[in-house]
Design a protein around this ligand. Sequence first.
Ligand SMILES: *Cc1c(COP(=O)(O)O)cnc(C)c1O
Length: 377
Amino acid sequence: MHYLPFARPTLDESMISDVADTLRSHWIASGPQVQAFERALSEYLGGQPVRVMTSATAAMEVAFDIIGLQPGDEVITSAMTFFSVGNMIHRSGAKTVFVDCDLVTRNLDLDQVERAITPRTKAIVPTHFSGLACDMDRLMGIAARANIRVVEDAALAIGSSWRGRKIGAFGDMATFSFHPNKNMTTIEGGALVCATEAEARRAEVLRFHGIQRLADGTRDIVDAGGKFNMSDVSARLGLAQLSRLDEWCARRRKLAAAYFDHLEPVAEARGIVLPARAHADDPAGHSWNMFCVLLPLSRMQGSRKDFMAAMHERGIGIGVSYEAMHLTTLFRGLGHREGEHPNAERIARETVTLPLFPTMTEADVARVCENLLQLID
Ligand SMILES: *Cc1c(COP(=O)(O)O)cnc(C)c1O
């Protein structure tokens, strides 16, 4: 039986030939394809300026540079997010202020966000977990009242929306990832949605050494930039992928529905915690980058590691998203401890990510569920 990975990018011959055309053009670093990809992304997201980079992590680093994070500032984020968020906040010099997440949606708890705001709070960084949008009306309201920035970690959420409005269209900044496990890929890559054209121009400078062109044709540096520009080869793949994104997200929603069909009738009795369904007022707003469940570990013989190994033996790949950021050695070193964020900590212990990608079949979903239910007996 074929091995089912937990994530797999969709690449077809026409995309491969588009990429080959770009290689044959001999213009392979940043150029016309990057510009075309940025225009297409901006149009897809509703018009805010977009600049592409080598990763979502790079885009977040540039975003934090643009909003001027520095020592003394505080940034509120969820303890249940990918490492890159905590890392980038930490590297900016600002203090990371963690709040817990909801156990089922895994999105950050907005009551706790409100309580965590201080005069030093500079930004909130929400992660749209697995492609399910946070409550953007409430979040943007909280930020506006406190006069703080929002930098959405939308790495998993290209193609998602909140009440019919695309993630990436809420007026402040957002970062997307085009890593092969996400909803669309440029191999490695990411995008930064900017609040204004002026900030987008600043992002262009910061992603390419900080270089500014002077009237006399020479170049100057005012602020030290990094090297985060995307290649035209990647951008050409991104353009082809973007044209298929909505179709792939629709397919992900169908497969997620198949998971619910198999697991919902037995979940409670078997002690499995299923993910949240899409918000009722926007059923197509969830792009389902991942289908994550909590295992009933206290009732199981073996550990999560044993479970993953057994699924692997049966030809099924399983992921873990994510560890609890505040319990990394980095943040323990800054004083964080177990017990601070119980939902994030429980998710970190019990979560597994089941296979979900557009070219999977409903029969694959059935096979995953059958094996899962056998192994948790
Ligand atoms: C993948 C991911 C990132 C980082 O994306 P890169 O493009 O690999 O830098 C950030 N946040 C979340 C939630 C992710 O899943």
